[in-house]
Design a protein around this ligand. Structure first.
Ligand code: FMN
Length: 192
């Protein structure tokens, strides 16, 4: 059997489905689920999120220039989906989902306490690409849950139960296959 050729579309998966928190003075803070997100530079640390202008969150992020990317876990799969199908125009997502707003350090946007990693971001540039506008942002601070620090002081991110999003489905991460560079690492010779 061969391969089908499809018209151009989005087919890069798996992706994270992150919960992005945002807030504007005088309004309740909001959460929007975003899969169009990623790292775009290591140094300076920079990320992006692409958001449709019609989203309630869009103006909040554009006007304040601030947002927090909260990494999601399998435990938070339902909450992640909910924040992606209900609008902050109609519901208070923090309240509905019993999520804990925690004060961030650099931005006025609350972080989500239940998420193991919170990334504070400040918008640097907005690219109006088409259906989605890309918020290119500097990372101002990263917060990680101390519960996942091991005895050597290493943060065990992959023990937090991270959530993946692939082709319309939520999945947990699979089995451990290797570590960075393992394909070329020399095997230790056994001493005879
Ligand atoms: C898994 C998933 C991923 C999503 N990714 C995006 C995205 O990358 N950009 C976007 O604008 N909307 C995305 N959405 C849709 C928004 O999260 C959704 O429209 C949400 O209700 C908007 O909330 P708001 O109106 O409170 O801002 C996604 C939804 C889901 C369920």
């Amino acid at each position: 059997m061969g391969k089908q050729t499809w018209k151009p579309g989005n087919m890069i998966y798996p992706l994270p489905a992150v919960m992005v928190s945002c807030a504007r003075e005088g309004e309740k803070p909001n959460i929007i689920t975003v899969a169009w997100t990623g790292t775009i530079c290591t140094n300076p640390p920079m990320v992006y999120i692409s958001v449709k202008p019609e989203r309630y969150s869009y103006d909040m992020i554009r006007e304040t220039g601030e947002f927090v990317i909260n990494l999601t876990t399998q435990k938070l799969a339902k909450a992640t989906d909910y924040c992606g199908v209900r609008s902050g125009r109609d519901v208070d997502k923090f309240q509905e989902l019993h999520l804990t707003p925690e004060a961030a350090e650099q931005v006025k946007v609350p972080m989500i306490g239940e998420c193991p990693v919170n990334i504070e971001c400040r918008v640097k540039e907005i690219k109006k690409l088409g259906s989605h506008h890309m918020f290119i942002a500097d990372v101002l601070a990263v917060h990680v849950d101390e519960a996942y620090m091991n005895e050597n002081g290493k943060f065990e991110l992959n023990k937090t139960g991270l959530l993946a999003y692939s082709h319309g489905e939520y999945l947990g991460l699979g089995e451990h296959l290797g570590t960075f560079g393992y394909s070329v690492k020399k095997k230790k010779r056994k001493r005879r």
